[in-house]
Each structure stands twice: as C-alpha cells, then as structure tokens.
Ligand binder design. Structure first.
Ligand SMILES: [Zn+2]
Length: 442
C-alpha cells in the first residue's frame, strides 16, 4: 500500500530546483515522483503538503549518538548520522534498527585510537590507547570485524602508529578520520601526508600555522597570535594539499561558536530543545563545562575563526565540506538541532542556502558512499522532512518542521520526543554494557 504526499514543493538538492509534485512512497522507498495531473488510485492513502517544502532527511556528519537522545535527532529532521567514535557494540541495537525506525540510521566508527597517555584516559570501550604500530593494526582489524564503517584516530597518536593504522585501514577498504584539536605534535599536514581521508573539525591547522602552539601548552608565550585574522596564503597551501589528496572536511563550526558566544548561546525555543533541556545528563555535562568557559574559549574555541576560513577556502577550491556538530561535546550542542545552527553558520561564512543544504544532504551522503539517501529521487530511501517554509530562501526554514518521514514511516516531532527512553533505563543499559565489556577484557 502506497502513501502519496500530494501538492508539496519538492526541493531537488542536487541542482537547487523546486517543483510541485506528488511523492509516492511504497515500503521504505520513494517509488515515484509524479508531476502534472494524474489521478491517484481510488482510496489511496494521501497526505496533503500544499504550500509546504520537502527536503531529504538531514545528515549530521560528525556527532556521538546514544540511545538517550537518538530520537531527538530524528525529531530535528536528522534521519542519518555519522558517529565519529563511540562503540559499535554499545550502539548495535540502534545500528541494526529497521529503515523506518524512529532513530537515525547510523554510519559508525568504533572507539577512537589515541596515543599514550590518552586524552580521554586509558583504553576503555570508547577509546584505544597505544604507541605500538602492531597493536594499532590489530585494533583496526578488530574494529573492521566488529562492524566499524571507518576508523577514527585521535590527536595524541604517534606518527608511526597513525601511519600503521591508516595503512591497515586502507587494506581493509576503510576510510580513516582524525581529530587534531588537542594534538601536541601532529599537524593537519602530517595527517594528510600519512593518507588520512577525513580531517574532523578542520583541526590541526593552527598547529601547522603556529609551530609549537597547541591547546595544552602555556598560552602566555602565544599572546601575540591574532586569532581573528589569518594568513590566506598559508590557508591556501593547506587547502591545496587537502585537495590534491582528496581529503574530506567536516568543520563543526557550531561547536566553537557555542563556546565563543557563551552565555549568549544559540538556543531557539522549540519542542526538541525543551525536551533536551529536561535531560539531566546533558545539562550537568554542559553546565559543568561552562564552569571552565574561559579555558575552553582561550584554548579550544580560539580556532573557531580559522576553522571557518578553512571551510570556505576549501569549498571554493572544490573540496568536499560537509555539515556536522560534534554533539554532545563542549557546550549546548543540542542533538539534531545543532545541525540547523551549523547550516546557518555555513550561510554566514558565504555558502548559499543551497550549498549549506547540500552539505547536510547530497554532498554528505556522497561523501560516505550512501547514494540511496541525501536526495529526493525515485528508488531512494523515503527519508523526508516536510517544512513550513522554503530553506532555499532562508536556511532557518529547515528547523520549522511539520512532519518527518523515516524509511517511509511518518512521524511527528511530538511522538518522536515522547518515544525517547527514560534516563534510568538508559543508564542501566549503559552500566550493564560497561560491566560486560570489562569482563571481556578487550
Ligand atoms: Zn567528535
């Protein structure tokens, strides 16, 4: 039995075209896009989208999901996420959910691989710490078997361990991504030359431009750096190298912006954000981080301007730049909703509304080889978001959501939020997982 979404303005995110059509959904997929007058089968199930705008489900290309707030992504119109470190076994229920589940589809890395002593502590279910290239190779193999879709490396990794991990991943046909925000020795150029596929947060550029600087050193001797300006020639050099090696970039500008602007954070009043604000774990984490706002600003968020310049420069050169948030890191990176702010920032730094939208749909899907999502086409997955206004005129329209369709199933924001599991249940599941993980001795 088909569902017909009638009379909506369909947005073709590949070319920026908008046209009136009826979308026929059968099962999990878009069966047909019907333009012009055609009478629907008698008794057909229909949904009227007159005056509304239909975009593909959004993709958050850098975040860390958990069942506690998975529904909030979908309620925000984010129907797919790229999980940039965590644990694929902890997420197995979410990862294996059916196409029409109320939680996003997940393209996941496993635990990140870091160098000793490990910024996030010793080896655990979320973090693998080693200075031994052979151990790193074995871990990459283990992650591939466990179902990781790509390998996440972290900035304290040693050069030869990074080289080994990237080499091993290539043998297994897996991409590699690195976060160099807190890197002490490695810079973005080292990672690119080592063959990494993804530079998360556009990080490691500050370490390249200001040799010896990193967020963990005494900042006093570095007071002369003017973080609000930049040397465009140096930025061009980095971007040219990335382009040459076909590196992909996910700048997560909202991560830095929320910290720079605190306490004037981006926090529009809507049902999703209201619900997130009732989650104790988040509010505690974020308000705890807020106590260190000065340090976060001076050492981490300080690269926010440079991040924006790199994102725009690289895109203008023809590089792949996609939209992500790093939810729930640092401060008030609201699950799902933060992606809408990220798209706004894309337009603030000079992307058109279409280009911003593409960074969270068409270009995002292509960058991870998921051609069946990210655009509204016959045969594609029926992941759709129906909006009140036209995001090609104003990108803020993406957060004014009427209805979400995930794998052909229609959801309201209200019911998605209401179906999120309780904190107690989620905490019990997490504790059970951690205990089981500890016993397995991995
Ligand atoms: Zn992250």
């Amino acid at each position: 039995m088909s569902l017909f979404i009638t009379n909506g303005h369909v947005i073709d995110v590949e070319i920026g075209n908008t046209y009136l059509a009826t979308i026929e959904i059968e099962g999990h997929k878009i069966k047909r896009i019907i333009q012009g007058n055609e009478s629907l089968p008698h008794g057909a199930e229909t949904m009227d989208a007159k005056g509304q705008y239909i975009i593909p489900g959004l993709i958050d290309m850098h975040c860390h999901i958990h069942e506690r707030y998975a529904h909030h992504f979908t309620a925000s119109g984010v129907t797919t996420i790229r999980n940039t470190a965590g644990n694929v076994l902890l997420l197995d229920k979410l990862i294996e959910s059916p196409d029409d589940a109320p939680t996003p589809r997940i393209y996941a890395a496993d635990r990140m691989i870091d160098g000793s002593p490990g910024l996030w502590g010793d080896t655990s279910y979320g973090n693998f710490v080693t200075d031994d290239p052979q151990e790193a190779r074995a871990e990459v193999q283990r992650q591939a078997k466990a179902g990781a879709k790509f390998i996440k490396l972290y900035g304290w990794i040693h050069q030869e361990v990074m080289d080994a991990a990237i080499d091993e991943a290539k043998k297994l046909n897996l991409e590699t991504a690195i976060d160099l925000i807190n890197s002490k020795n490695l810079t973005v150029v080292d990672a690119i030359n080592s063959g990494v596929n993804w530079i998360e947060h556009a990080s490691g550029a500050a370490q390249e431009l200001y040799k010896g600087w990193n967020p963990l050193v005494d900042q006093e001797p570095w007071q002369h750096i003017d973080w609000k300006t930049h040397d465009q020639d140096q930025v061009n050099d980095i971007c040219r190298l990335m382009l040459e090696k076909n590196v992909k970039l996910c700048p997560t500008m909202v991560l830095f912006d929320q910290a720079i602007n605190f306490p004037d954070i981006w926090s529009p009043q809507n049902e999703v954000i209201e619900s997130i604000e009732t989650l104790e774990s988040f509010m505690q984490q974020w308000s705890g981080n807020a106590e260190h706002i000065t340090i976060i600003r001076e050492r981490t968020a300080v690269v926010g301007h440079l991040t924006k310049i790199i994102a725009k420069t690289y895109y203008d050169m023809g590089g792949t730049v996609v939209a992500g948030t790093d939810t729930p890191a640092l401060l008030y990176t609201y699950p799902g909703m933060a992606l809408h702010r990220e798209l706004e920032i894309f337009t603030e730094i000079g992307f058109t509304e279409l280009e911003a939208l593409q960074a969270a749909t068409f270009h995002a899907a292509r960058s991870i080889g998921m051609e069946h999502i990210g655009s509204i086409r016959e045969g594609n997955m029926a992941d759709l978001v129906i909006l009140k206004g036209n995001p090609l005129e104003n990108i803020q329209a993406t957060r004014d959501i009427q209805v979400i369709i995930k794998g052909g199933k229609v959801y309201s924001q209200k019911e998605l939020i209401a179906s999120a599991p309780g904190e107690r249940e989620v905490n019990a599941n997490l504790q059970a997982f951690v205990e089981k993980w500890g016993e397995s001795g991995c």
